[in-house]
Design a protein around this ligand. Structure first.
Ligand SMILES: Cc1ncc(COP(=O)(O)O)c(C=O)c1O
Length: 460
């Protein structure tokens, strides 16, 4: 019997034993060499300062990675370890130095091309595209790959505007974040992110869900209706961020979105969902599926955990040739690792209402409930789903929030901020977070909160 693989297969080379063994040996050698490297305290501080100088802005926290990690833990170049609960702002699905993903990356890196374009796509391009569409429901038929979330959103916006021409306005939620191109900075509801940029005035905002409001759905519908009345025939689309990421991990129930989507559809608007941050964090790959909104979607973007980005769209939204292109579809390593991440999420029970991501969300929620009971006053609000969470520390002032962020870092926990008025502390956890990591991280968080409370005379 021959053990040669059939010549008509484009399956991952990671399945070839000799290739896998070589990749494992390389990963092992790199991990060993990296663990022997590092910088003494003064040189580390110099390197931190040099990065700040080179890029013209200091690092938020003195964080330089060493290349060594284990689960949610990352070893910094000074030899200290941090529990990383922000993961490069939501990029590391399985935490640091995951051996399977490192080997997948090594195999992809040893192939023909570092980057792939749209002219000569490779097997990884095909694999990741198919995996995305497999999870996207029946309406979405096509996918166009790109590198950053912003590029995927730009492509989405161009598709929307071409199809709805001459309608040229887009509705988004207050607190929305869409990316950092000149146009997306305008769609993003944060003044500092567009300071000095020319504005086209084509963005219309409606309030996001607020559980404290007596009629949160009616309020947002009324705002949308007012825009529709004021700009008849001129509104092309509404961009939905189903869990606001930069806005502070703010969630809303299905009925809120479905009411707005129904109104958009009736008005002939395109429904565009930005899943760059929610992708693979809410239970299903796409939050619109977690929320059961499949029937409404026209265009969806993904990024971050995907290790690249993509826009998925219906047949009707397929743009005319010329509108969407670009040199890069993605890095071969990014596509191979992205496809492997999707495969593991599917095969290892991460997806679905009782999947590991949904269960992680409930475990985190229980920890927050317990912490809020123990440190009354320190956690004034908590919100989250699956592998994305945030809480308001004390009164959510920018200063106290930053103090908690800094104190958590000193305790060994890497978290980040989101939102404003009140600001929140954001956690974008690895989907395979263990109970031991949760125990350790919440203990660090508690110490940080107590320290900041003590320093400021706020009892907690
Ligand atoms: C919802 C959302 N959209 C778009 C983006 C932009 O993605 P990128 O930073 O990869 O361009 C982000 C990034 O944080 C995001 O959270």
């Amino acid at each position: 019997m021959s053990h040669r693989r059939t010549p008509n297969s484009l399956e991952s080379l990671a399945a070839v034993p000799a290739v896998r063994e070589a990749a494992a040996a390389l990963a092992e050698a790199v991990a060993r060499a990296a663990s022997e490297r590092g910088l003494a305290e003064r040189d580390y501080q110099r390197a931190v300062a040099a990065i700040g100088r080179l890029r013209g802005r200091p690092l938020l926290l003195p964080a330089i990675a060493s290349g060594v990690g284990r689960g949610a833990r990352v070893r910094l170049a000074d030899g200290t370890w941090k529990l990383d609960w922000i993961g490069g702002i939501g990029v590391y699905a399985f935490g640091h130095a995951d051996r399977d993903l490192v080997e997948t990356a090594a195999i992809a890196a040893a192939g023909d091309a570092v980057f792939q374009g749209h002219l000569l796509p490779g097997p990884e391009y095909l694999r990741v595209s198919r995996a995305l569409l497999r999870h996207a429901g029946r309406r979405l038929r096509h996918v166009w790959l790109s590198i950053s979330g912003a590029m995927a959103n730009e492509n989405a916006l161009k598709m929307v505007l071409q199809k709805r021409h001459p309608a040229d306005r887009v509705v988004a939620f207050e607190g929305n974040f869409a990316g950092r191109t000149t146009t997306l900075a305008e769609l993003t509801d944060k003044a500092a992110y567009r300071e000095g940029l020319p504005l086209r005035g084509n963005v219309l905002l409606v309030p996001f869900y607020d559980a404290a409001h007596p009629d949160p759905i009616g309020r947002s519908l009324a705002a949308l209706d007012a825009h529709l009345q004021r700009h008849p025939g001129r509104i092309a689309a509404m961009c939905f961020e189903l869990v606001q990421g930069e806005g502070g991990i703010r969630t809303a129930p299905r009925e809120f979105f479905s009411a707005l989507m129904q109104r958009c559809r009736a008005a002939g608007m395109t429904i565009w969902i930005d899943e760059v941050q929610t992708f693979a964090r809410t239970g299903e790959l796409f939050a619109f599926r977690t929320l059961g909104l499949d029937e409404w979607v026209d265009v969806v973007t993904a990024g971050k955990v995907l290790q690249g980005s993509a826009v998925l769209f219906t047949r009707a939204m397929n743009p005319r040739p010329g509108l969407v292109a670009g040199t890069y579809a993605g890095a071969t390593v990014g596509m191979a690792v992205g496809a492997r991440i999707l495969e593991r999420l599917e095969q290892d029970g991460y997806l679905g209402p009782e999947g590991r991501i949904a269960l992680l969300g409930r475990r985190v929620e229980r920890r927050f409930d317990a912490l809020a009971r123990r440190c009354e006053g320190a956690i004034s609000r908590y919100e989250g789903i699956g592998a994305m969470h945030a809480f308001v520390a004390f009164d959510g002032g920018a200063d106290v929030t930053h103090a908690v962020l800094r104190a958590a870092w000193d305790e060994g926990l890497f978290v980040f901020t989101a939102g404003a008025n009140p600001a929140r502390i954001r956690l974008l956890l690895p989907v395979n977070t263990t109970d031991e990591e949760l125990e350790a991280g919440f203990a660090m968080l508690e110490k940080a909160l107590r320290r900041v409370g003590d320093e400021r005379g706020i009892p907690c």
